[in-house]
Design a protein around this ligand. Structure first.
Ligand code: PLP
Length: 383
C-alpha cells in the first residue's frame, strides 16, 4: 500500500538520536533550545517554544492569550479536531467560519460577515485560529486587518505549513499573527516523532508559553511573589502542564530541519507532476494563490459533478489498487462530540460540500518516480 504521507528518515537523523541516548541529557538538555533556535531562525521570528505536540502548543497558545470561560474562539471546520479542541480545553466556546471552497482555507468573506453579526450581538471572538490547509497559507494580511478592527488575537495553525511562504516571508514569521503553531508528527513536513512548537515575536507570550509547558513553574526572580529561599527554589505561579519535548525528539527535529527546504521543494515537484497528469480529469485542484508557496503537506483534489456515493466508491477503489487515498478532513462540526454541543448538518455548507468532493492523493518526499507513476495510473483508471 502506498501511504498518503510518510516521514523521511536518514542515517544522520538516526545518529542524532543515538548521540542523545549516549549523552547526559535525555530531556531538558541542550537539544530542545537548539531545535527552538533553529526553527526561530528559519522562520525569522524572535521566540520558539517546543512542546510534545501541536495539540499541546495550541492549548497553551490559547491559555497564553488568556482564553477562558465565557470567551469565544473561531477556527475552520476543515481541519483536524485539535484546532477546535484547544478552545474547549480552556473552557471557552468554539465556533467555526466556513471555508472558501476554492482553496479550502477559512473564507475571508465569511469571516467578515460573521464578525459584523457577532459585533451586533456582542459575541466577538477573543481568538481566531486560521488553518493553513495542505500547506498553503490563509490570507493572513486580510485576517490581520480584521483582527485590528474587531480586536481579536490570531493563532495560526500551521501544522501543515512549516517551510511554506506567504508574501515571500516564511510562514511562522508572525508578521500577521500573535502565535503560530507547527506540528512535527511523522506525516507532517518534518518530524520529531511526536512534537510541536509555538513561535511568537512577543516576549511576554513566549515567557508564558514556556511556563505553561512546564507546570506553570518559574525560576526567574522577577516573576516570583517572594524572595528566593535558596538556589533550589522555584515557584509555581499558575497552573501549567508537562508538555515538554524531550531531547531525543528535539535532536530528530533539529536534524530534520536542515532538510526542510529540500523536502518542500520535492513535494512541490511531485505536486506539479500530478497537476500535469491530472489536467484532463474531472477534478478541481485546490486553488494556489500568487502570494503563496505551499509546503504541500497534502495533495488534495475535489471531484467535479460527483456525489457522496461516487466519491466514496472512488476512494475505496483507489485503496483496492494499493493507493492509500484519504480524506482531509471530516468537518469538525459534524463529529458526534461537536454535534452534542449543538452543531449540525447545514451549519457550514461549503465545508460539507468540500467533504463530499475532496480526495487526498499520496505525496511524500521519498516517493519514487515509479511509485508516483503507479498512483497516477490508478487515479487515471479509477477517475
Ligand atoms: C496534525 C495536526 C494537528 C495536531 O498535531 P499533533 O502534533 O499531532 O498534535 C493540529 N492541527 C492540524 C491542522 C493538524 O494537521
Amino acid at each position: 500500500m502506498i501511504p498518503y504521507g510518510k516521514q523521511s528518515i536518514s542515517q544522520d537523523d538516526i545518529d542524532a538520536v543515538i548521540d542523545v541516548l549516549k549523552s547526559d541529557w535525555l530531556t531538558q538538555g541542550p537539544k530542545v533550545p537548539a531545535f527552538e533556535q533553529a526553527v526561530a531562525h528559519y522562520c525569522g521570528v524572535n521566540h520558539a517554544v517546543a512542546v510534545n505536540s501541536a495539540t499541546s502548543a495550541l492549548h497553551i497558545a490559547c491559555l497564553a492569550l488568556d482564553v477562558g470561560k465565557n470567551d469565544i474562539v473561531w477556527t475552520s471546520p476543515i481541519s483536524f479536531v485539535a484546532s477546535a479542541n484547544c478552545a474547549l480545553y480552556c473552557g471557552a466556546k468554539i465556533d467555526f467560519v466556513d471555508i472558501d471552497l476554492a482553496s479550502g482555507n477559512m473564507s475571508i468573506h465569511e469571516l467578515e460577515k460573521k464578525l459584523v453579526l457577532a459585533e451586533q450581538e456582542n459575541q466577538l471572538p477573543k481568538v481566531v485560529i486560521p488553518v493553513h490547509l495542505a500547506g498553503q497559507s490563509c490570507d493572513m494580511q486580510a485576517i490581520h486587518k480584521l483582527a485590528e478592527h474587531y480586536g481579536f488575537k490570531i493563532i495560526e495553525d500551521a501544522s501543515h505549513a512549516i517551510g511554506a511562504k506567504y508574501q515571500n516571508t516564511p510562514v511562522g514569521c508572525c508578521e500577521f499573527s500573535d502565535i503560530c503553531v507547527f506540528s512535527f508528527h511523522p506525516v507532517k513536513i518534518i518530524t520529531s516523532a511526536e512534537g510541536g512548537m509555538a513561535v511568537t515575536n512577543n516576549s511576554v507570550l513566549a515567557k508564558r508559553l514556556t511556563r505553561l509547558r512546564s507546570h506553570g513553574l518559574t525560576s526567574d526572580q522577577a516573576e516570583m511573589t517572594e524572595l528566593s529561599h535558596g538556589p533550589w527554589y522555584y515557584q509555581q505561579i499558575e497552573l501549567g502542564f508537562n508538555y515538554r519535548m524531550t531531547d531525543l525528539h528535539a535532536a530528530l527535529g533539529l536534524s530534520q530541519i536542515s532538510k526542510l527546504d529540500a523536502f518542500v521543494s520535492k513535494r512541490n515537484e511531485l505536486a506539479l507532476r500530478y497537476n500535469h497528469e491530472f489536467k484532463d480529469l474531472p477534478v478541481i485542484h485546490l486553488k494556489q494563490t500568487q502570494d503563496c508557496y505551499s509546503s504541500y503537506h497534502l495533495y488534495i483534489v475535489r471531484l467535479m459533478n460527483s456525489d457522496k456515493e461516487h466519491h466514496k466508491a472512488l476512494i475505496c477503489q483507489l485503496r483496492e489498487q494499493g493507493i492509500m487515498s484519504h480524506l482531509h478532513y471530516i468537518p469538525i462540526h459534524l463529529q458526534p462530540y461537536y454535534k452534542k454541543l449543538g452543531f449540525n448538518y447545514g451549519d457550514f455548507p461549503n465545508a460539507e460540500r468540500y467533504y463530499n468532493e475532496a480526495i487526498t492523493i499520496p505525496l511524500y518526499p521519498l516517493m519514487t518516480k515509479e511509485e508516483q507513476s503507479k498512483v497516477i495510473d490508478a487515479v487515471l483508471k479509477v477517475l
